[in-house]
Design a protein around this ligand. Structure first.
Ligand SMILES: [Fe+2]
Length: 382
C-alpha cells in the first residue's frame, strides 16, 4: 500500500491562533495581502479582523469580500482582475469553503493564466499559486488543508472539481474564536460535512493507515461535540473539538479521496444552490446502507469510535448502529431528513443521477455503482 500524503506546511489549530497570521505572512515574505472573504456583513468583519492582524506586522492589504456559496467562475474572474489591479503578492482567504475555493481559483489563474475549466481534473497547472494562508471559519469544509476546489459554472449550473497540489495552502488556520458567532444551522450543516469527509475517507479505496487514524479521530470528536456546538454556540470546548474534527477530516480526504455521497451532493448543490453540508447529511446514511457489505468492518470500527458499536455484537449490527448514529445526530441538530423538503424536484432525479456518474470524486467509493443505483438512492432520500 502506497501513501502520498499532502498537507499544508504549517497548520495552526486552537484558541487565538488567528493572532499568529501576521508573523507567518512575514515569514512567507508577503508585503501586500489580497484578502478573500464572503459577501455581506459577516465576511466583511472577518476580513477586517484579518486586516488588523496583518497590518500589525507591517503588511498592506486589499480586501475582496464577494465570495458566494457554491462559488462561480464569474466571482473568481472578478477577484482575479482585482488581484491584478491591487499589486498584491500573497493571498489570505478567510471564511468557509466558498471563500477559500474562490481564493484558490484566483491564485491558480494569477499564476497560470487561462480559464478555470482548463484546470478541471488533477494537477493540470504548471505553476504554484502565490503564497497562500487559508483561515477556516466554519469547522467543516476542510478546504483550508486540501488541494481541492469546487467551482460552479453558472452557464449550465454544473459544478466542476479542480484537484491540484499547487493550490495547497502554505498555512492553514482553524481558530474556534473565529467560529463563535456561527449560527446553529450553519454549525450543523458544516459539522455534518466534516463527518461525511471523515466517513468517506475512512472507507475509501485509497485509505491508508495515516488517513484512517485521522478520519477515525474526526468521527470520535464529531460524535462527542457537534451536538453541543449546535446547541450552544458559545461552548468553546465543543467549538475547539469541531475545529480538530474538521481539520483531521480534511487532511484525511485530501489524501484518501471521497466517495458517492459527495458525487451525489455536488449535482444537487449545482442545480439548486443548496448548502453542501445539508446535501451530504441527508445522503450519508443512505450511501452507508448501499456500501455496507463492501466496507462492513470499517463502518463497524466507526460505530465503535462513536461509542455506539459493541464488541459482542455482529459486524452487521454495529454497521446498522452506525447508520442509526448518523440519523440520530442529524435529527438532534435539526437537519431535514428528506431532499424533497429542500425544494428538490422528483422529475430532476434522473438528470442528477447522470451528473453524479460523471463526478470523478466517486471513484474511490468502496462499492462500484451504476446510474440506476444512484437514482434509487436519490429516490430513497427524497
Ligand atoms: Fe464536503
Amino acid at each position: 500500500m502506497d501513501c502520498r500524503y499532502y498537507v499544508p506546511m504549517l497548520n495552526l489549530v486552537g484558541r487565538g491562533v488567528i493572532g499568529d497570521i501576521g508573523r507567518e505572512a512575514e515569514i512567507l515574505h508577503g508585503r501586500r495581502a489580497f484578502i478573500v472573504a464572503s459577501a455581506g456583513e459577516v465576511g466583511e468583519s472577518q476580513a477586517a479582523r484579518v486586516t488588523d492582524a496583518l497590518r500589525a506586522h507591517g503588511l498592506e492589504t486589499s480586501s475582496y469580500c464577494e465570495a458566494v456559496p457554491n462559488p462561480t467562475v464569474a466571482v473568481v474572474e472578478r477577484g482575479l482582475a482585482k488581484y491584478g489591479e491591487t499589486g498584491c503578492d500573497m493571498i489570505v482567504a478567510v471564511g468557509g469553503g466558498s471563500a477559500i475555493d474562490t481564493a484558490k481559483g484566483i491564485g491558480i489563474l494569477a499564476a497560470n493564466g487561462g480559464n478555470l475549466r482548463d484546470y478541471e481534473g488533477t494537477n493540470k497547472t504548471t505553476r504554484a499559486m502565490p503564497p497562500f494562508i487559508a483561515i477556516s471559519t466554519t469547522a467543516g469544509t476542510g478546504s483550508e488543508v486540501t488541494r481541492f476546489a469546487v467551482i460552479t459554472d453558472e452557464r449550465d449550473h454544473s459544478k466542476f472539481t479542480i484537484v491540484d497540489w499547487h493550490m495547497m495552502p502554505n498555512v492553514s488556520v482553524n481558530d474556534p474564536e473565529m467560529m463563535m458567532s456561527m449560527p446553529a444551522s450553519l454549525t450543523a450543516a458544516t459539522g455534518m460535512d466534516a463527518l461525511t469527509h471523515a466517513v468517506e475517507a475512512y472507507v475509501s479505496k485509497n485509505a491508508t493507515p495515516v488517513t484512517d487514524a485521522k478520519a477515525c479521530k474526526a468521527v470520535e470528536l464529531t460524535a462527542k461535540s457537534l451536538h453541543a456546538a449546535v446547541k450552544d454556540g458559545g461552548d468553546i470546548d465543543a467549538r475547539e473539538d469541531m475545529c480538530y474534527a474538521s481539520f483531521l477530516a480534511g487532511t484525511a480526504f485530501n489524501n484518501a479521496g471521497l466517495g458517492l455521497v459527495h458525487a451525489m451532493a455536488h449535482p444537487l448543490g449545482g442545480m439548486y444552490d443548496l448548502p453542501h453540508g445539508l446535501c451530504n447529511a441527508i445522503l450519508l446514511p443512505h450511501v452507508v446502507k448501499f456500501n455496507m457489505d463492501s466496507a462492513s468492518r470499517k463502518y463497524a470500527e466507526l460505530a465503535a469510535a462513536t461509542g455506539g458499536g459493541k464488541p459482542w455484537r455482529s459486524e452487521r449490527e454495529n454497521c446498522e448502529s452506525f447508520v442509526r448514529f448518523i440519523e440520530g445526530l442529524s435529527r438532534r441538530i435539526g437537519i431535514p431528513a428528506r431532499l424533497g423538503g429542500l425544494g428538490v424536484r422528483v422529475e430532476d432525479l434522473e438528470k442528477l443521477s447522470k451528473e453524479a456518474m460523471e463526478e470523478s470524486i466517486g471513484a474511490t467509493n468502496p462499492r462500484r455503482y451504476e446510474a440506476s443505483q444512484v437514482l434509487k438512492i436519490y429516490k430513497t432520500a427524497f
